[in-house]
Design a protein around this ligand. Structure first.
Ligand SMILES: [Zn+2]
Ligand SMILES: [Zn+2]
Length: 301
């Protein structure tokens, strides 16, 4: 346990916000404001709705102000976005049952061995991997309520869209959890990562949030997914990669699509291919495209 005197101001603020929730009257006051659905309540309305003494409700409001509650006008109270977020996150993350989804087939095939892709859900994490070579494609937190309330295809579809949105954020240097700034580095899967699972790729992009410290590993292709040179190449060859599941877009999941030319400094070649057409992109360590080369395989009749 950390010494409370050593906690940073940010963590101390979080600890205070959490400790407030241990009080039943505080929870009842918050819940009454939540039920008001965005409408501000007067102090008198709260005192009559919350099943505690007038003095207790006033003390609660004093404690909650500027943490979960604000007063838009004299003696009027409303929830801050922090409280709304708390309810919304809790509603999506807490479920009475332990929600799981047994392993089942997912559309698409493994970029490494062409084997069947399977997905499963356990301990609030959705995993998509290859059933043949065990390569791990996705292993990300996902809300249990959305697994409990959708059919399996709907779960995979929602997971795919949510993951794409998270990739868009980190590709633009924004943390998917706290909106803090993220920075990234290229990492060698064999020497720099201590993952238990079989990773499909030799090189990953590790995005770390400077604010909350959370990190996510992405493939190089997943970050290029939003680059006009990549979208245009597939589009010109009849494929809309914005409408195709991530695990069916070769550049995202095929380890052969990325080759390492140098690790110090990093220099990569990414090959996009579609039918007879190929586009090679050269990337530097900041993942900027430094050269593009297009090739069309000639067909002899
Ligand atoms: Zn495989
Ligand atoms: Zn963050």
């Amino acid at each position: 346990m950390n010494d409370p005197d050593e906690l940073t101001d940010d963590v101390r603020h979080v600890e205070r916000a959490l400790s407030l929730l241990s009080s039943r009257p505080v929870r009842d006051t918050l819940y009454t404001l939540w039920e008001a659905s965005g409408v501000q309540l007067t102090e008198d309305e709260l005192i009559s709705a919350v099943p505690h003494s007038t003095e207790t409700v006033r003390d609660c409001l004093e404690d909650l102000e500027n943490v979960y509650v604000y007063a838009p006008e004299q003696d009027m109270y409303k929830l801050l976005p922090s409280a709304n977020l708390l309810f919304l996150r809790y509603l999506s993350l807490f479920s009475e049952e332990n929600v799981t989804m047994n392993t089942r087939s997912v559309n698409g095939s493994c970029g490494r061995c062409d084997g069947e892709l399977v997905g499963a859900y356990e301990d609030q994490v959705l995993t998509i991997k290859c059933n043949a070579c065990d390569s791990l494609l996705y292993h990300l937190a996902f809300p249990p309520t959305e697994v409990a309330h959708r059919d399996p295809d709907g779960v995979f579809e929602a997971f795919e869209k949510r993951t794409r949105a998270q990739l868009w954020l980190v590709a633009n240097g924004i943390c998917r959890w706290c909106v803090g700034p993220t920075s990234f580095e290229l990492v060698d899967a064999e020497t720099d990562l201590e993952e238990d699972a079989e990773l499909a790729h030799d090189v990953f992009v590790k995005h770390v949030c400077d604010r909350c410290g959370s990190y996510i590993l992405t493939t190089v292709g997943e970050i290029l997914l939003f680059h006009p040179a990549v979208i245009a190449f597939y589009h010109n060859n009849g494929i809309d990669i914005l409408d195709r599941p991530l695990w069916e877009v070769d550049v995202c999941v095929d380890p052969e699509a990325v080759s390492v030319r140098s690790t110090g400094p990093w220099s990569l070649t990414v090959e996009l291919s579609c039918g007879d057409a190929t586009r090679r992109l050269e990337l530097d360590e900041s993942l900027e495209i430094t050269a593009t080369q297009d090739e069309e395989r000639s067909v002899n009749h």
